[in-house]
Design a protein around this ligand. Structure first.
Ligand code: SAH
Length: 262
């Protein structure tokens, strides 16, 4: 006879759910409160909300902006909250020529486009770690992309009408770039495209989260809705998208992802 507890009696470790900005979480905290008790713990100037959302035990938090903020937050999720895996949701600037505002990008790999310790180490490689491209967790990424596809299948036409996008949104998968800059010029986008021909989007947190998760062997997945195309229109496009649209995407994607998981 086995003395091991059955699977049903082992308490499930929570999933860490992160965004940089409050609008990027959509209705997640409202949904968590509607589902039961929420415990909020303040740690390192951030609030961590512990509860159940769409049937899945979660710790939900905001990282704020940039790689250091993201790395500190995901490290706390791992060490202080013992999360099993991490999912990040937010907006990004489109870089790939086929990536439009309103599209969704799910990261398969992530790089820090501003990392440069050359000539001591190859450009873009994280010194002493020997890695330049971090992989998102494959099964988690497949599940997240499936939730994005279901969201666009079910709500894509309504979204295009409501927000007057050029076409039905598309879900892309591939390389996301991160750096401590809001990219907002055609010249800067051209430089990124030249250095990373397969890059789909640019943002400020993803590759930092992927690095920390790689170092601690914690699965992570990252989804970004394209708020702007990182050119001169980016500041205005970003603000409008963030305040009016980003929450609808995050709510719809996370609802489907968490329900399938829970
Ligand atoms: N103080 C601003 C900060 C936003 S910075 C505010 O709160 O309004 C932009 C955020 O959106 C970052 O978290 C980044 O990950 C993402 N982002 C969207 N478009 C981007 C772009 N063109 N370049 C870099 N990051 C972008």
């Amino acid at each position: 006879m086995s003395a091991l507890p059955s699977e049903a009696t082992i308490p499930r470790r929570p999933l860490g759910v992160m965004a940089a900005l409050q609008q990027e979480l959509g209705d997640l905290l409202i949904a968590m409160r509607a589902e039961g008790a929420v415990e909020t713990i303040t740690h390192g100037k951030r609030d961590y909300h512990i509860g159940t959302v769409h049937g899945a035990p979660c710790v939900v938090t905001l990282a704020r902006v940039g790689k250091v903020a993201a790395a500190a937050t995901v490290s706390a999720l791992i060490h202080a909250f013992d999360v099993e895996a991490v999912v990040f949701t937010g907006v990004a600037g489109g870089v790939g020529p086929a990536v439009r505002i309103g599209d969704v990008v799910v990261a398969e790999t992530l790089m820090q486009h501003d990392m440069d310790a050359s000539p001591l180490f190859p450009r873009f490689e994280v010194p002493l770690l020997g890695v330049s491209r971090f992989a998102a967790d494959a099964p988690l990424t497949v599940a997240l992309a499936a939730a994005c596809e279901r969201f666009i299948d079910e709500e894509g036409d309504a979204l295009s009408q409501r927000f007057v996008t050029e076409a039905r949104p598309v879900v892309h998968r591939g390389l996301i770039l991160s750096g401590d800059q809001f990219v907002a010029s055609a010249t800067a986008v051209d430089l990124l495209r030249a250095a990373f021909p397969d890059a789909l989007a640019v943002e400020m947190e993803g590759a930092a989260i992927a690095q920390v998760c790689y170092e601690y062997n914690v699965p992570c997945a990252i989804v970004r809705t394209v708020s702007d195309t990182a050119d001169a229109h980016a500041p205005a496009s970003f603000v409008t998208f963030l305040t009016e649209i980003a929450g609808t995407y995050s709510s719809g994607i996370l609802k489907r992802f968490l329900s399938a998981r829970g």
